[in-house]
Ligand binder design. Structure first.
Ligand SMILES: Nc1ncnc2c1ncn2[C@@H]1O[C@H](COP(=O)(O)OP(=O)(O)OP(=O)(O)O)[C@@H](O)[C@H]1O
Length: 257
């Protein structure tokens, strides 16, 4: 059996003197998706960037496709995982197409230019995110939701086997939220990608992910299938607010009491 696309072994992560996770083990195979949920400040982004290899853990290891990501050069890491951060900065002027094309950089040699095929991939990703026709626009002229969709299009252009998404739905209207979730569900189902997403909506996590990891902010966490982990009882404890659970045609909704 091939190595998982993502594996955390006895992973302990601290930030600002507090423990986010303590000796966490998890693994993600091709086609699997995991939602990370927790209160503001619980450490979800810190954990996700550690899983991306962008900050060192206190202890334990993160393996990308079987290799310790601490030992991977940046380009090799970028071929194995794509990371969507919560914030984008655009210090230099560039167009929408140029920005999406940066997703191809890990695939290019040092002296290579982007090819026609790279441009086709970028244009296809922009179209999938509803940004066709905006290729020549300057990035700083985009709305918040358009900028978020461009970041997602750039990640799709990168086309890694593993997506690590920090609040991919932020700034998006309902229509685009569903479109983005369907896109990543399709990437998992049709292309065997593995997807980890930080989400604040447990109903969407239940609908679009196979498994969930609850981060309590004091080192404790809970994980399992969405059916077992995303219940009114566990989520009421996680968020410190009473929730009722409603089942409808296999989908689960949570209503604040
Ligand atoms: N450089 C830092 N030094 C000290 N504390 C930090 C630093 N960066 C983040 N923190 C704190 O670490 C905690 C975890 O932050 P993190 O961004 O991972 O939380 P989160 O669960 O993603 O929150 P949110 O849902 O609000 O995005 C927060 O309390 C935050 O204030």
């Amino acid at each position: 059996m091939s190595a998982p696309l993502l594996e955390a072994r006895q992973l302990s992560v601290d930030i600002g003197g507090k423990t986010v996770v303590d000796r966490l083990n998890l693994s993600l195979q091709p086609g699997e998706s995991l939602a990370i949920l927790g209160r503001n400040g619980a450490g979800k982004s810190t954990l996700l960037s550690t899983l991306a290899g962008l900050r060192p853990p206190r202890a334990g290891a993160v393996l990308l496709d079987g290799e310790d990501c601490a030992l991977l050069p940046p380009r090799q890491a970028a071929l194995r995982r794509g990371w969507l951060g919560q914030f984008q900065s655009d210090p230099f002027g560039s167009t929408v197409l140029e920005t999406a094309l940066t997703g191809r950089h890990p695939h290019l040699g040092r002296w290579d230019w982007e090819s026609k095929r790279d441009a086709e991939l970028a244009r296809g990703a922009l179209k999938a995110l509803g940004l066709a026709g905006m290729e020549a626009r300057q990035v700083h002229t985009l709305s918040g939701g358009e900028r978020q969709r461009l970041s997602i299009a750039t990640l799709l252009t990168q086309a890694p086997p593993l997506y690590l998404l920090d609040e991919p739905l932020s700034h998006l209207d309902l229509n685009h939220q569903m479109a983005v979730l369907e896109l990543f569900a399709g990437a998992a189902r049709d292309c065997g990608a593995a997807v980890v997403m930080v989400l604040h909506d447990p109903a969407l996590a239940h609908r679009f992910c196979d498994r969930a990891l609850l981060v309590y902010g004091d080192g404790r966490c809970a994980q399992g299938t969405v059916d077992t982990v995303l219940t009114a009882a566990t989520l009421s404890g996680l968020y410190g607010y009473g929730l009722r659970q409603i089942e409808d045609h296999g989908q689960r909704c949570f209503i604040p009491e």
